[in-house]
Write a protein that binds this ligand. Sequence first.
Ligand code: CO8
Length: 258
Amino acid sequence: MSSYESIIVEKNNRIAVVTLNRPEALNALNAQIMNDIVSAFDDIDRDPEIVVSILTGAGRAFAAGADIKEMKDQSFSDMFLADYFAGWDKFAACRKPVIAAVNGFALGGGCELALMCDMLIASDKAKFGQPEIKLGVTPGMGGSIRLTKAIGKARAMDLVLTGRMIDGAEANRIGMCSRLVEHDKLMDEAMSAAMEIANYSLPSILASKEMVTRSLELSTTEGVKYERRLFMGLFGTLDQKEGMAAFAEKRKASFLDK
Ligand code: CO8
């Protein structure tokens, strides 16, 4: 357990669980919560004991968006000069996988934060949406790009232009999430996925995240080349030798993260 003002971080058995903890404001993303997340994930990225994280929210929201009360009186210059919310790019650049366990409202910046994560598991109480249009603005934390890549143009336009909310079942059906579970089983499901990942070798986990993430920005030819370089690079690790030897010897691999 570590001490941050607006989040809770628990680390155990190679897994960090990070909980957004402003339930009275439905975990609205203010500067404090962003700074806490940036600092926690910087620490997680450097921590050799941690391989994978779960990000979730306390109470009835994952995060109900950027903090509207904090933003409402900002001018263009205020936003532009402060590079308001650029910290989220640091979170999105975390090299270790992050599983979003979406427990409730994931709206606006909250939906965009879930989309920055690598795997997205939704509870049947989750509600997703990009309601910024109702506030006279647009998505501003990467939603127009990540949401469109996740669910396609027509569906992204539908959410961004109408501002309507969809439930976890619909989000799962249209490919925003990879798993939908009963609310009470959300953290068990996220933890079991994290434990499965945490069994593997860190170099191949990092390479997997890197290549899938980069694939969204590269052409097929460049992406395939990039993937092959990373794949070949893993033949320089002890864990590739161990993983393949264990297969040949019909035993469980014992990885060293080396
Ligand atoms: N910001 C600040 N406070 C919030 C937010 C928010 N996004 N969402 C909820 N709260 C607060 C409420 O004001 C309320 O506080 P209080 O008790 O002091 O009045 C408390 O949380 C509980 O909320 P409600 O009473 O409204 O709860 P309901 O169950 O009635 O409604 C909803 C829940 C539907 C989720 C409702 O709270 C809501 O519509 N919230 C706003 C959702 C929204 O519009 N989100 C998008 C925000 S804009 C955004 O995210 C842009 C991202 C890009 C920024 C990039 C900058 C560069």
